[in-house]
Design a protein around this ligand. Structure first.
Ligand code: 3PG
Length: 209
């Protein structure tokens, strides 16, 4: 069993990342993820449908919906008003973190360097997103960066899939991985909810090994 870490990571080891083209897909996608055992989802603010999708998923019992690609403090307000339970950012922004704290939602800042980690740790945060994980050097990069930062949990994101996720989860400082593979745009466009469920369940099984 993985240690429960901060407010976000440590509960579900898989965090699906969604670029939502159509808000009408949000509920069936959320139900498909829940059927596969995954009870968390991150909707990125990269499409016009994102806010409405967050609103719909916030009404799905048992699902924790967060907002991703949050880069400005006004977006924190918009997503929290829509029902987001957490915010994820590609990088570290004091303004975003301040607003998230003011709105009492956990925030997962993105880090890529030791300087980013120093800024995050100075604020008392213990959970970060490592992005873009694949390009930054994968599990070996996290392993090296984690050395001076005991107590920090990393959620790698960017370029992961079912084949590479286990290498990250083998690190004690990685309680969860994130990625879009089980909710890929083509699966959503094709309404392949059965595949979403299968892929979510497969990822959870791999994480449990
Ligand atoms: C993202 O910000 O898009 C996430 O890091 C997911 O990346 P992926 O699409 O490569 O899984």
């Amino acid at each position: 069993a993985r240690p429960v870490t901060g407010p976000l990571l440590g509960r579900c080891p898989i965090v699906p990342v969604v670029v939502l083209a159509d808000a009408a897909d949000a509920l069936p996608m959320g139900e498909a993820l829940l059927a596969g055992g995954v009870d968390v989802v991150e909707i990125t603010l990269r499409t016009p449908a994102a806010l409405d999708g967050i609103r719909r998923l916030a009404a799905l019992p048992g699902m924790r919906v967060g907002a991703g690609s949050v880069v400005r403090p006004d977006q924190v307000d918009r997503v929290v008003d829509a029902g987001a339970a957490f915010v994820v950012s590609p990088g570290t922004s004091a303004a975003v973190l301040d607003r998230a704290r003011a709105r009492s939602v956990p925030a997962l800042p993105g880090v890529a360097t030791a300087s980013d980690l120093m800024a995050v740790v100075a604020r008392g945060l213990t959970e970060v997103k490592f992005f873009p994980a694949g390009l930054l050097g994968g599990p070996a990069a996290i392993s090296a960066l984690a050395g001076p930062f005991p107590g920090v949990s990393f959620m790698p994101s960017g370029g992961l899939d079912a084949a590479t996720m286990a290498g990250y989860l083998a690190l004690p400082c990685v309680p969860a991985v994130s990625g879009s593979w089980m909710v890929a745009p083509e699966l959503l466009a094709g309404r392949r909810w059965d595949v979403v469920t299968t892929e979510a369940a497969r990822a959870l099984r791999l994480a449990a090994q």
